[in-house]
Design a binder for this molecule. Structure first.
Ligand SMILES: C[S@@+](CC[C@H](N)C(=O)[O-])C[C@H]1O[C@@H](n2cnc3c(N)ncnc32)[C@H](O)[C@@H]1O
Length: 203
């Protein structure tokens, strides 16, 4: 029989899924048809090539395709929403053969990654983790990264309902990771929120 904790976790997972599904069904959100983000461009310019990348909350895959240019072996884009993964798979068909060979999209939840320990050497996530249980998400990211692994994570911060407290966020980051580069605070595109970018490394 399931424990009370598991029953609650399942209910929260289903409610998150419903929340994002509704958003995709409205087809209003910019991230379904956007250009690659500035942070993704920066990462692609500044980092050497990785063997295996995991992108969390890939939406329609636009950033995934750019990240594939710094991937030697494979990149997996995951998203909790089926509609997002369908869009991403549709968009993948329009990519070059070189990109198509490296990219895979799968439905997945960052709090319960289905990948092996040490499977990736880079994890990237833009505008996703502040809506998740940050402790579970960072623990899982740490688990799937190998000893040389790095992660770049962009979250909304602030005092709002779903926004993280920056100090708490940094405390959880430091629980699992070393800080690779100084974190950055930036304004979101709509200038209404503040976001934080953390550059993490396993060792
Ligand atoms: C605000 S959008 C950002 C999309 C994209 N990264 C971007 O910046 O354009 C958040 C995305 O994360 C996905 N998501 C939300 N919770 C998630 C979870 N627990 N695991 C994986 N993906 C999740 C949503 O379905 C949505 O596509």
């Amino acid at each position: 029989m399931k424990s009370v904790k598991d029953v609650i976790a399942d209910a929260l997972y289903e409610s998150d899924k419903r929340f994002w599904k509704k958003i995709y069904n409205k087809e209003e959100e910019h991230w379904t048809e956007k250009e690659p983000s500035n942070l993704t461009k920066k990462v692609v310019n500044e980092y050497d090539k990785f063997d295996r990348i995991l992108e969390i909350g890939c939406a329609a895959g636009i950033d995934t395709f750019l990240l594939a240019t710094i991937t030697k072996d494979k990149i997996i884009g995951i998203d909790i929403t089926e509609e997002a993964i369908e869009l991403a798979k549709k968009n993948l068909k329009e990519q070059s053969k070189r990109i198509r060979k490296k990219v895979k999209f799968e439905i997945g939840d960052v709090e319960h990654l289905k990948y092996e320990d040490d499977e990736f050497d880079f994890v990237y996530s833009l505008s996703v983790l502040h809506t998740t249980d940050i402790n579970k998400s960072l623990k899982e990211i740490h688990r799937v990264l190998n000893d040389d692994g790095k992660a770049v994570i962009y979250v909304f911060i602030g005092k709002g309902k779903k926004e993280l407290d920056p100090k708490k966020f940094m405390t959880v980051c430091k629980k699992y990771f070393n800080i690779d580069k100084k974190p950055e605070k930036v304004k979101t595109k709509d200038k209404e929120h503040t976001a934080m970018i953390v550059y993490l490394e396993v060792a």
